[in-house]
Design a protein around this ligand. Structure first.
Ligand SMILES: [Zn+2]
Length: 65
């Protein structure tokens, strides 16, 4: 299961982030990676890009700022 490769990010385990899809769901980063793959079917590449640079707008972010 390729998701396990993402646990290379486990050094960020203390980080809690809000799920970019659920908006209100907050999870530790490691759990959120699994959640994004499992619940939202994000690809490893998309998750990795988001983990590396969460401020990069996806899809619909021309609205703010
Ligand atoms: Zn979610």
């Amino acid at each position: 299961m390729y998701v396990s490769a993402l646990f290379a990010f486990e050094c960020l385990e203390g980080v809690v982030r809000t799920c970019p899809e659920c908006s209100k769901k907050k999870l530790p980063l490691g759990a959120l990676i699994v959640h994004l793959n499992d619940a939202h079917h994000w690809t490893r590449e998309r998750i990795a890009a988001w983990v590396a640079d969460p401020d990069v707008p996806h899809d619909e972010s021309h609205a703010h700022h």
